[in-house]
Design a protein around this ligand. Structure first.
Ligand code: SAH
Length: 217
């Protein structure tokens, strides 16, 4: 091993330790986080900081989420290998890549075409063949592929968007940050029962806002 490899191995070990110490106990989630190299989704200057438990800037003024929050949301989804999952907010593609190891099929949507294009290229390089990324306004969901077993929203909405609730299967789970931009937002877990929706508050978080319409690039 070169010194550089050793440095990366050590940083990755600390990365996994940080996730455990933040309450990630699901072994399958930890294994997925270990297998997907966050460094592949962070470009340029910030690549060096890929194994820190911190959000980082990506193109189009957006951010790749903090790894412990990615792990927490993934754990809350209680994925099964048969699940069809919808993610709103592809961003770098990192969260979708984690989901793809734990579910059968992942659809991911972003309002910025550039992010969709770049993430699709990384999925191809990593041979993650069960993810499809679309450029679209995700607040309408993805009616053609609905209903979904699980839905994950990685941008903050004022309320869980109605079309997404409608596209969740009975027995399905949706995780969504809810709150005003720049105020404290809460991560909410929504479970759809035959008789209605159950809402559970998980913890305060801070995400970029869910914005209507397609982006300019
Ligand atoms: N999950 C990402 C981080 C997402 S950041 C990752 O793992 O890197 C939030 C993303 O939501 C941004 O890329 C932003 O462009 C996207 N977004 C915001 N509003 C949206 C909308 N209405 N439809 C689709 N994507 C949206």
């Amino acid at each position: 091993m070169t010194d550089e490899d050793e440095g990366i191995a050590e940083r990755k070990m600390r990365f996994l330790y940080a996730l455990r110490s933040r309450g990630i106990t699901d072994g399958r989630v930890l294994t997925a986080m270990e297998r997907i190299d966050r460094g592949a989704f962070v470009k340029g200057l910030f690549a060096e900081r890929a194994y820190e438990d911190t959000p980082l800037p990506i193109a189009c003024g957006q951010t790749i989420s903090q790894p412990s929050v990615v792990a927490l949301m993934t754990q809350a989804l209680q994925l099964s290998p048969r699940d069809k999952v919808l993610e709103i907010g592809t961003g770098s593609g990192y969260q979708a890549a984690i989901l793809s190891l734990l579910a059968r099929r992942v659809y991911t949507v972003d309002r910025h075409r550039r992010l969709v294009r770049e993430a699709t290229e990384v999925f191809r390089q990593l041979d993650l063949t069960n993810i499809t990324a679309f450029a679209a306004d995700g607040s309408h969901g993805l009616p053609d592929q609905a209903p979904f077993d699980r839905i994950l929203v990685t941008a903050a909405a004022e309320d869980p968007p109605g079309p997404l609730l409608a596209q969740l299967k009975i027995g399905g789970i949706m995780v969504v940050p809810v709150g005003q931009t720049d105020a404290v937002q809460n991560l909410i877990k929504v479970t759809r029962h035959e008789t209605g929706f159950e809402y559970e508050e998980m913890r305060p978080v801070r995400f970029v806002p869910l914005v209507e319409g397609l982006g300019s690039e």
